[in-house]
Design a protein around this ligand. Structure first.
Ligand code: C2E
Ligand code: MG
Ligand code: MG
Ligand code: MG
Length: 285
């Protein structure tokens, strides 16, 4: 609170900051309105298993169908929402929508599909999250292991409170992965202490594979570490076949990126999943 007051006082003397504060409040109100008006939707990006050679999961990514500006990306939503309780309301909407969609796909014959949902740190700290997720799993008859939460690494530095939240979630049987791995500050010790199941190598390190020596070194090290710690690894931001070869050689389990598919609307997913194995085989040869 003291910090907020300080900021407001400061803004009083600096019209630029006031303007920014007003803009922020306006955006917050717009987001609230968007939630009530049902202007959010989810796109889904396939996750490909190098072991099964098939698409085994999808990641839900929020979009905003803005009445004037068209389809907006998470960068226009999440950072503002994260500064208030709004992220919990939006996050719960995303969780419910993702579970509802997964239920439908599983009924339509995609029996083993897994759903990954991004979760903000503020949602983790919400006391009701575990109960909310338990309710969704029940309501949509989903096995707990079909739901995975993705948590961005930078949030998790040494925060004991989050470790206990994650323990609670883990008790439900859902999977937990660390997103954008390598970009945060976290400490290798958190890998030992957190109840996690998977690391997602950030796309910034995947980008330079196989030509950039540093990117290759980082990816190789993460893969070796994960193997020792018994963690799965997904590489994000796959755009070339050479990246796949390198990652496959170094023990990567799963891939995600434009090379496979950009995030798409839900109605495109079933065909994409059914047609992909053939596509992969023909691309491989
Ligand atoms: P993320 O979880 O790391 O998701 C991957 C982002 O990389 C997505 O951007 C995706 O479109 C993009 N991407 C995937 N493959 C490629 C590729 O091959 N090349 C390139 N250049 N980009 C690729 P998007 O949809 O803009 O999402 C950005 C971030 O917003 C996400 O990063 C995630 O941290 C956050 N986010 C998205 N949806 C939600 C949500 O429902 N809740 C929360 N808390 N955060 C969300
Ligand atoms: Mg993610
Ligand atoms: Mg990521
Ligand atoms: Mg992220």
């Amino acid at each position: 609170e003291a910090k907020n007051n300080g900021r407001n006082n400061y803004a009083f003397y600096h019209p630029g900051l006031t303007q920014r504060a007003v803009h922020h409040l306006t955006r917050e109100r717009e987001l609230h309105h968007a939630l009530i008006n049902n202007e959010f939707l989810l796109h889904f990006q396939p996750q490909f298993s190098l072991i099964n050679e098939e698409i085994i999961g999808v990641e839900a990514l929020i979009r905003w169908k803005h009445p004037k500006k068209g389809l907006l990306l998470p960068a226009e939503i999440i950072p503002v929402a994260e500064t208030s309780r709004l992220i919990i309301d939006i996050g719960n909407w995303v969780l419910r929508e993702a579970c509802k969609q997964l239920h439908q796909w599983r009924n339509d014959g995609l029996n083993n599909l897994r759903m990954s949902v991004n979760v903000s740190i503020r949602q983790l700290a919400d006391n009701n999250l575990q109960k909310f997720i338990a309710k969704l799993l029940h309501q949509y008859s989903l096995p707990a292991h079909s739901l995975e939460l993705e948590i961005t690494e930078s949030c998790l530095q040494n925060e004991l409170i989050y470790i206990s939240c994650l323990e609670q979630l883990k008790k439900l049987g859902i999977l937990i992965s660390i997103d954008d791995f390598g970009t945060g500050y976290s400490c290798l010790s958190s890998l030992k202490n957190l109840p996690i199941h998977r690391l997602k190598i950030d796309q910034s390190f995947v980008k330079g594979i196989p030509l950039d020596k540093n990117d290759c070194a980082i990816a190789t090290a993460v893969l070796a570490l994960a193997q020792k710690l018994n963690l799965q690894v997904t590489a994000e931001g796959i755009e070339t076949y050479d990246q796949i070869i390198f990652l496959l050689d170094h023990g990567c389990n799963e891939l995600q990126g434009y090379w496979l598919s950009k995030p798409v609307s839900p109605k495109q997913i079933p065909d994409l999943i059914r047609d992909f194995p053939d596509q992969f085989t023909s691309l491989k040869s």
